[in-house]
Design a protein around this ligand. Structure first.
Ligand SMILES: Cc1cc2nc3c(=O)[nH]c(=O)nc-3n(C[C@H](O)[C@H](O)[C@H](O)COP(=O)(O)OP(=O)(O)OC[C@H]3O[C@@H](n4cnc5c(N)ncnc54)[C@H](O)[C@@H]3O)c2cc1C
Length: 403
């Protein structure tokens, strides 16, 4: 198997590396700006050079490059190596923008895509409800068209980032008489309005990253609907596909594992670096096997993409595998930390994860439990892989609930 990218693409890698050498980190007075301001400036240069927002047309603020998954992979690798900022990571850029580009109409793309990819506006995802998580199509929040506006009543839960979001993309039941999946519409709505109450939920990490959101006659204009009335289920499938793609990243797993190896070098067992202890080495070696397997599964997806073939179930498998490995890596880190691993994760989980200290691992461990649930639980994904990927009979419970 040839895992090299070939001469032409290695030449492209040289171009990307040169761009990064010249542009990141910023120099002179620009280096005195805070990180976010530097990132905004750098991203614009990277878009102008054709390295970021590649699949977004120029009219919506992107760099509109010919699709090339191998070039995109090289950019990810080089930007990752030099820790240069890529597109802002968030629900808006990773989930809503691809959905709007695929299913939105012209004015929606023009209004919402540019400020979202610049990071000027933040989005949250209003899908889950109490009692409607895995069985999402049973959702009850109502949307009624009254005098040219959608009027929304009901409740969402586990809405990440709802306290700081400017907008929500939300699934509501607009056709109560239609069958379960056919009665749902996909709406965009302004979060800053009197009909919306956001209540943060405290997590075991100490942070409050997600919320309950209550709608009491909340409103959104009639044309803030993506796709047709009653087609929200179809539109929401586009969004979920992008969510799983973004979660199943092999680079993140490799970076996490590299951090674990460093931790094993730094921690001591009986006065010697933990990495020299046979039982720790054995666990590290087993984990490295999974990390490598995950990396090669990533190449498999890349090869399929490069050939224009649908990666199908591999993407879904990658999400399960990466969340499992992430959990096992964090578990070993907690063991290496010993008593220090009992410390409070402290502050918000996201801030703790970005820090270099022990709390990063505690937070990772706690968060790894949630990541296996976010974007569709591992059980549900195994069902999908079994049923759609392997052609096994449908799950009996799901069969009953869809009737
Ligand atoms: C960190 C995090 C962030 C999130 N962010 C958001 C967000 O921004 N917006 C949003 O809308 N939602 C969000 N969610 C919610 C998430 O999508 C739901 O938690 C998820 O879909 C599961 O739904 P549930 O919690 O209601 O669990 P349930 O559906 O009640 O599932 C409970 C358990 O039963 C199992 N189960 C259920 N049905 C079946 C079945 N048919 N076969 C086998 N097993 C089954 C599940 O696997 C799970 O183990 C987030 C969740 C987490 C953890």
């Amino acid at each position: 198997m040839d895992l090299s990218y070939g001469e032409e693409l290695e030449g492209y890698r040289g171009e990307v590396a040169k761009f990064l050498e010249d542009n990141w980190p910023l120099q002179g007075d620009e280096a005195k700006l805070d990180w976010n301001e530097q990132a905004v400036k750098f991203r614009q240069r990277a878009i102008d050079a054709g390295y970021l927002c590649r699949n977004i047309p120029k009219q919506y603020g992107g760099s509109e490059q010919e699709p090339d998954v191998l070039k995109a992979q090289i950019i990810r690798e080089e930007f990752g190596r030099t820790r240069a900022p890529m597109e802002p990571r968030g629900i808006g850029t990773m989930m809503l923008v691809p959905t709007l580009l695929e299913r939105g109409n012209e004015w929606q793309k023009e209004k919402f895509v540019p400020p979202t990819i610049r990071g000027d506006v933040a989005w949250c995802q209003g899908y889950s409800e109490p009692g409607s998580g895995s069985d999402l199509a049973s959702l009850k929040t109502r949307g009624e068209l009254v005098n040219g506006e959608w009027v929304i009543n009901g409740q969402k839960i586990w809405t990440s980032g709802a306290t700081s979001a400017d907008y929500m993309f939300v699934l509501v039941r607009t056709e109560p008489e239609a069958s379960k999946h056919a009665g749902i519409s996909y709406l965009l709505m302004d979060m800053k309005q009197p009909g919306i109450e956001v209540r943060p939920l405290r997590q075991m990490t100490g942070g409050a990253d997600f919320c309950e959101v209550f709608f009491t006659d909340a409103k959104t204009p009639e044309d803030w609907i993506v796709g047709k009335r009653g087609e929200g289920w179809l539109v929401s499938r586009t969004t979920l596909k992008h969510e799983r793609n973004s979660i199943g990243s092999t680079q993140q797993t490799r970076a996490l594992f590299a951090g674990l190896v460093q931790l094993a070098k730094d921690r001591k067992i009986d006065g010697k670096p933990a990495i020299e202890d046979p039982s720790i080495r054995q666990r590290l070696a087993a984990l490295e096997g999974y990390v490598k397997a995950h990396q090669y599964a990533g190449y498999r997806t890349l090869t399929k993409d490069a050939k224009g073939e649908d990666p199908g179930m591999i993407t879904m498998m990658n999400k399960i595998i990466s969340t499992n490995i992430g959990h096992d890596i964090a578990r070993l880190a907690i063991d290496l930390l010993g008593e220090d691993g009992l410390l409070d994760a402290g502050g918000t989980s996201m801030a703790a994860m970005m820090s270099g200290g022990h709390e990063r691992w505690i937070s990772h461990y706690m968060y790894s439990l949630g990541i296996a649930v976010a974007g569709g639980t591992a059980n549900i994904q195994r069902n999908v892989i079994g049923e759609r990927g392997l052609g096994l009979p449908r799950d009996a419970a799901a069969e009953r609930s869809s009737k």
